[in-house]
Design a binder for this molecule. Structure first.
Ligand code: THU
Length: 133
């Protein structure tokens, strides 16, 4: 599925809004994500930290797990936005890339790393996770 400019902008807006719910009292690094399913539905997520650190869930995986738990299996794109006070260039961690690899077509799935609605970079999953398992 080809992602339109309007869809891209909407995903970034939703990722920025989801970031507001970030639970990150330990790192103070607030991340929001918005995942576009192939049927047009969108699932959002934020990072959820834990005092034991290990159970922390990234924003991207929150969005994926929400969608998969609702029966979604096909995905077109994800927008990611993160930072402490200001948004910085925030790229998905290795674990989240591997979760994307489980469900997404490497050459088609679009990863949108955004600092704002206007300032963003896009990658395919294959670019961010070459030679994947
Ligand atoms: N984090 C995400 O949610 N997504 C990323 O792409 C990078 C890292 C979270 C995990 C942790 O809560 C905080 O950012 C600092 O690593």
């Amino acid at each position: 599925m080809k992602v339109s400019g309007t869809q891209r902008r909407e995903l970034i807006e939703k990722a920025l809004a989801a970031r507001e719910n970030s639970y990150s009292p330990y790192s103070h690094f607030r991340v929001g994500a918005a995942l576009l399913c192939s049927d047009g539905s969108v699932y959002t997520g934020c990072n959820i930290e834990n005092r034991a650190y290990g159970p922390t869930n990234c924003a991207e995986r929150t969005a994926f797990f929400k969608a998969v738990s609702e029966g979604k299996r096909e995905f077109a794109a994800i927008a990611i936005t993160g930072g402490e006070n200001e948004t910085v260039w925030c790229y998905p961690c290795g674990v989240c890339r591997q979760v994307m690899a489980e469900f997404c077509a490497p050459d088609a799935f679009e990863i949108i790393c955004a600092r704002s609605e206007e300032e963003y970079k896009t990658y395919t999953l294959a670019e961010l996770l070459p030679e994947m398992f």
